[in-house]
Design a protein around this ligand. Structure first.
Ligand code: M6R
Length: 611
């Protein structure tokens, strides 16, 4: 769960390109970072800490070379120290390797290499790779073959990039960890043609497109089992055994601007504010308001008899929400924590198994989907990331189109997942009020904008910033909002927070409710569900807990609340999104007042590519 970058063809600029790319990948891991540049020599600089620490180290000494690789780490083997930072080297310091993933047989390889006399400098699984390459080179293999031979010995998940002293190429391979090539061959201008100058071409490798999106929008997604050789003249992709593989180039359709902070203090705040646009993008071209229909023709005929959703974290909360939509439309549906799915797999029958994952690279979710496929299920990915592993492995893919999300805390992708799953449920079920739902969806971006313009979440955050513990309650479609409100609060404020189905409080958690535990209650509409939740609010109010009601004012919950976070009157199916935006803002402002590392919370990473 780290970030990798590689660059060839940017002579004189290689180091800057690598460091800039790493800063765009920092969301993938940020406990140490490093670079290696190769030309006639191999030059490495690496350090514990965030990219700024690396920048400071590079001020003392700037490595140079025609090709280079870089890495930002999220520790799996060994603490975040200078020694454990990537790149890792062989004994002779002539081979440098960066790696994302987990090499499962590393201990066995390390024992074998140590017995043969290799000296290890780190605790990492990665370090076996440069030593394996060193052995193959010593046995007479050429550089490319040496890397192939080393990679062939690895079991587990990896995206690796390798450079070597005296070799102006990057070697790369992937299995179960993302790796994408960026292609930047500029067309020759008339004057360049006349002058006979060569057109400039540069090639990049990265765990994710934002790392090189400032330089090119042309990408080639590498698949598991593929091996790439990249230099200033181009790239070549083969299988690990050397069979040529024809690759097609894709174009990414989002702007490099979208990966900057655009004046906001944090990516999280920027991404909260991007929600209206993200939602419009999600709906574009998919909804016909007049006929009350949703067109997802590119998914083909899904017509499932049942639905199983697998997901983790925030995406799981979107899955819990969606399972209710399918059930309400008469399709048996259940949401599973992806990490638990394989332990007691439910009968598949004729179910469609839907993986909900922003990144498309979450190992737990991929593993659950693979298990479902192994048992004969059809699979659908609902993801934000075109070309991601989940999109390539599933039978169908639906994109939520939220644009890149950099903050570790998921915000706009949750809203867009809910929007996309609403569309999906309308497309594959028949609900009587589809016109009303569609008009609710059409109004959703405006309702979210209204909250962004008027929210008093900052005042609530100020009032309760010193609380030790926060509770969130909701019922029905608001239950996943309560779970999500609590997850957001805990991950960026580092305070205890829990979300409950409102009716569950009295079955135990009520014992924890005191005048020091603010309770956020999500109540919209005035139906029976709302009335019952108001009853639960009375229960906590009677125990002196401060109550913050997130409400559209349709019920009388305000009478029992100390504070109100207003949400516009919306269709009940989209009320979850607007209510959640208020809770995102409360968590954001609380964390900001507490001085937390909002975009990169401690111990977390954006893309969790280990199980
Ligand atoms: O990329 P995914 O949606 O599969 O990620 C799953 C979770 O790791 C993720 O939703 C996580 O819970 C959020 N970043 C929390 O804000």
């Amino acid at each position: 769960m780290c970030g990798i970058i590689g660059c060839a063809g940017r002579d004189g600029e290689t180091l800057d390109v690598l460091v800039h790319g790493l800063s765009k990948l920092e969301y993938r891991g940020y406990d140490s970072a490093g670079v290696a540049l190769a030309g006639s020599d191999l030059d490495v600089c690496k350090t514990a800490g965030e990219i700024d620490e690396l920048r400071a180290a590079l001020e003392e000494r700037s490595p140079s070379g025609s090709v280079g690789i870089g890495h930002t780490r999220w520790s799996t083997h060994g603490p975040p120290t200078d020694e454990n930072a990537h790149p890792h080297l062989d004994c002779n310091r002539e081979v440098a390797v960066v790696h994302n993933g987990i090499i499962e047989n590393y201990q066995e390889l390390r024992d074998e290499l140590s017995t043969a006399g290799h000296e290890f400098r780190s605790d990492t699984d990665t370090e076996v790779v440069p030593h394996l390459i060193e052995d193959a080179l010593a046995d007479g293999a050429d550089p490319e073959d040496a890397v192939r031979q080393a990679v062939a010995r690895l079991e587990g998940s990896y995206a690796v990039c390798v450079v070597m002293s005296g070799v102006d190429r990057i070697f790369a391979a992937r299995n179960d960890s993302p790796l994408v090539l960026g292609v930047d061959g500029e067309a020759r201008s008339a004057s360049e043609s006349a002058s006979g100058d060569e057109p400039r071409a540069a090639y990049y490798l990265a765990s994710d497109v934002p790392a090189f999106r400032d330089h090119t929008d042309r990408v080639v997604y590498l698949a598991d089992g593929e091996f790439a050789v990249v230099d200033a003249d181009g790239y070549r992709v083969t299988t690990l055994d050397g069979e040529p593989v024809e690759k097609t180039e894709d174009t990414v359709d989002w702007d490099p601007e979208e990966t900057g902070k655009s004046g906001y203090d944090h990516f999280m705040l920027k991404e909260i504010h991007e929600q209206p646009r993200a939602l419009r993008q999600c709906f574009r071209g998919r909804v016909d308001e007049l006929s009350g229909t949703v067109d997802l023709a590119d998914l083909g005929d899904l017509s499932p008899r049942g639905v199983q959703l697998v997901a983790c974290g925030t995406s799981y909360h979107a899955a819990v929400y969606a399972a209710q939509l399918f059930q309400q439309a008469g399709i048996p549906a259940q949401a599973f924590l992806a990490s638990e799915y394989a332990t007691s797999p439910p009968p598949i029958g004729d179910a469609l198994v839907i993986g909900v994952t922003q990144s498309g690279e979450t190992a737990d979710t991929l593993s659950a989907l693979r298990e479902a496929r192994r048992r004969g299920a059809r699979t659908l990915a609902v993801t934000n990331t075109v070309g991601s592993t989940v999109a390539r492995e599933c039978d169908h893919a639906m994109y939520i189109r939220a644009g890149p999300e950099i903050g570790v805390a998921a915000t706009k992708t949750f809203s867009s997942q809910i929007a996309a799953l609403n569309l999906l449920s309308l497309a594959i079920t028949s609900v009587g009020d589809s016109r009303e739902v569609i008009s609710g969806l059409r109004d959703l971006p405006g309702a979210v904008q209204e909250i962004l313009d008027t929210s008093t979440a900052q005042e609530i955050a100020e009032t309760y910033r010193d609380a030790e513990s926060y509770f969130f309650i909701g019922r029905g479609l608001h239950y996943p909002v309560a779970l999500e409100g609590a997850l957001k609060m805990k991950e960026i404020t580092y305070k205890h927070a829990e979300g409950f189905a409102a009716g569950e409080l009295k079955h135990g958690p009520l014992a924890l409710v005191t005048s020091d535990t603010p309770v956020f209650a999500v109540v919209t509409g005035d139906d029976e569900q709302a009335t019952k939740t108001v009853g639960n609010v009375k229960e906590v109010e009677a125990r002196d807990a401060p109550v913050v009601a997130v409400t559209d004012g349709a019920s009388d919950v305000e009478r029992y609340a100390d504070h109100v976070l207003e949400v516009p009157d919306t269709h009940r199916r989209v009320a979850a999104v607007v209510a959640n935006v208020q809770l995102q803002l409360v968590a954001y402002h609380t964390a900001d007042m507490l001085g937390r590392s909002i975009d990169k919370p401690r111990n977390l990473a954006k893309s969790v590519t280990v199980e």
